[in-house]
Design a protein around this ligand. Structure first.
Ligand SMILES: [Zn+2]
Length: 63
């Protein structure tokens, strides 16, 4: 049981029971509220490399 997590609810009806489906097999998950049957999509955003200044005067860059 997850006791240290915030429980999510439907933004429309406030119900807290959902069914989970694969929307696009490997990309998105769709969640259906069991109260009002509205759906929400859960999709991960691909990570992106960022370069920040470290010690010294130079920062790696693309020429
Ligand atoms: Zn709902």
């Amino acid at each position: 049981m997850l006791t240290d997590q915030k429980q999510m609810r439907c933004g429309g009806c406030g119900h807290d029971t959902f069914k989970v489906f694969t929307a696009d097999r490997t990309v998105r998950i769709v969640v259906e509220c069991q109260g009002c049957k509205s759906t929400s999509y859960i999709e991960p955003v691909p990570s992106k490399l960022t370069i920040e200044w470290g010690e010294g005067e130079g920062c790696i860059t693309v020429f």
